[in-house]
Structures are given as C-alpha cells and as structure tokens.
Write a protein that binds this ligand. Sequence first.
Ligand SMILES: Nc1nc2[nH]cc(C(=O)O)c2c(=O)[nH]1
Ligand code: SF4
Ligand SMILES: [Mg+2]
Length: 290
Amino acid sequence: MKYQWSEIFLSIEGEAKWSGHPTVYIRFTRCNFSCKGFNNPDNIEPASERALGFSPQHINTISEIPEISIGCDSIYSWHKDFRHLWHQGDEHVLAAEVTKVLPSYGWKSNTGQEVILSLTGGEPTLHAKTIPHLLSTPEFNQVKHVLIETNCSVPLSETFITALDDWALNRKGRITWSNSPKLKASGEPFDKAIRPEIALMQRRVTQDRCIQYFKFVCRNDDDFQEVQYVMEQYYRAGIPRNVEVYIMPMACTEQQQKKVMQDVAMKCLEYGFIYCHRIQNTVFENAIGK
Ligand SMILES: Nc1nc2[nH]cc(C(=O)O)c2c(=O)[nH]1
Ligand code: SF4
Ligand SMILES: [Mg+2]
C-alpha cells in the first residue's frame, strides 16, 4: 500500500496523558481543516510569506523550516505549498524510516518502558484505510501502544475500528484516542468540528484496550465556556462524564505559551479541567522533528 508523510521523529510526548513518554511520530500528510484562527488576531493568511516569514518554495528540507507562529504549527504537513517536502512509499519504506529513529533498545526499554507510536499530522484518520495494514507490517511486531492524534471530525468506518480492535487484542496492545476537537477560535465551523458520534465510534475498540481523552486549545474565558458547552454535547451523546479533559494554552511558540499559560492554568483550576503544557515548546522551542 502507498503512504505519504511529512516527517518521522523520536521525541518525548509533549502533550496530555502520556507527556514525557518516549514516542515515535509519523506525521501523515493532509488535513480536512486549516485552523487559520490560531494565534492570528490580525487574520493574516497563514501560508503567506508575511505570516511564515519565508517562502515555502525556497525550503529544500523540512529541517530548514523556521518556527511557525501563526495558524497551524503543522501547516507544512498539509498545505500544498509544502508538497515538495513530503515523502511517499510503501509500508516497508515507511517502517524502515521509523526503525532508523527508534532508540537502540527498540520498542521497550530494559526498565519496561514502551515507546509509543504516535500517528499524527495533518489529520491521520484520513489515512484510515491504510493504517491497519501498516500496523501489521512485521517491522512493527513489537509495537504495543498506538496513539492517534486526531481532530475527531472525520467519520471512522466499522472496518477501521474492527481492525484496530483486532490489532489490540492480538498484540495485547493499546490504542489511545487523543482528541483535539477544534473550538470557534480555530476558525472551523462548529457543526464540522464537533462530532460526538465519532468520539463514540472510537470507544468501540474494546474497553480495556482503549484510552480516550479530549484536549482543547484555549486562551480566554470564552474558550473555557465553549469547552464546557462542547463537552456537554459529548456527554449527551454517551461519552462518560469521567473522560479526561485537558486544556492547552493557545500557542505555536514558547513565547506565546508563556504569555497565556498562567491564566490558562488558573482557569483550569476554576473550571475543573486538567492543565496541559506543551512540553515540546519549553524543551525544544517547538522545533520541527521534536
Ligand atoms: N514532542 C511532541 N509532542 C507532540 N504531541 C503531539 C504533537 C503533534 O504535533 O501532533 C507533538 C509534537 O509535534 N511533538
Ligand atoms: S486540525 Fe490540526 S493539523 Fe489540521 S489544520 Fe487544525 S491544527 Fe492543523
Ligand atoms: Mg506539534
């Protein structure tokens, strides 16, 4: 099967439940959203040279991309102007790239710590038809924990869920659904962004093999109120009220994160949500490949 990705890297998980855990990321290409509203009060076109501070055409490899500070910080994985930087190949080519970045101890360290395989993007569920085949490739025999970093807005097929469930049962593995539904501030329309039936579908992966949480990007009280409203829609549809809800400061850069993190942390205490720092911003300046 054919795969298309923009980067593969090893880092510590920077966000939410598995923060700090060793993780290999496959950043797939394409997204169904563009999230132009993030960190963009002046409504600048995020793919323009004015917003980026550089022209994508002049970039030859992904590591040359400077810090992105407006819009989606993963724009290079889905915007057509970055297409020349993408990679493609079959599952063996992709798995070989993953193996290159894996720590010398492989998928499990001597202390028993598992390396998470994070499928991110872009929107990784747009590749759902090919993901089960990828997970069954022999190079991934030792993978025990797959994290799907999704915006929870792309319908999931019965076939995909069954395949993930079979993989988890046979492998004694786990699937984490890391959901980042987009609020109004992202610029995406509510009815496209908030799809409780998709979150419910995720839970059809057998319960003891399935972890699910929600993670929202906030900067002010309006955003927190919207999270409350949005979660109510998920609860009504059948998502249990004890599901973990994380709030991340709206920030592409560490500077932006620093500016709002204290307010966001205090609001988390007020509303009863879990504060979620973007560790990769603080530790690695949100650099590409970290
Ligand atoms: N360290 C690190 N953690 C992450 N968690 C989610 C990420 C993403 O961009 O999907 C990400 C990322 O890009 N880097
Ligand atoms: S859904 Fe995620 S990857 Fe897609 S544009 Fe929005 S922030 Fe970027
Ligand atoms: Mg990132």
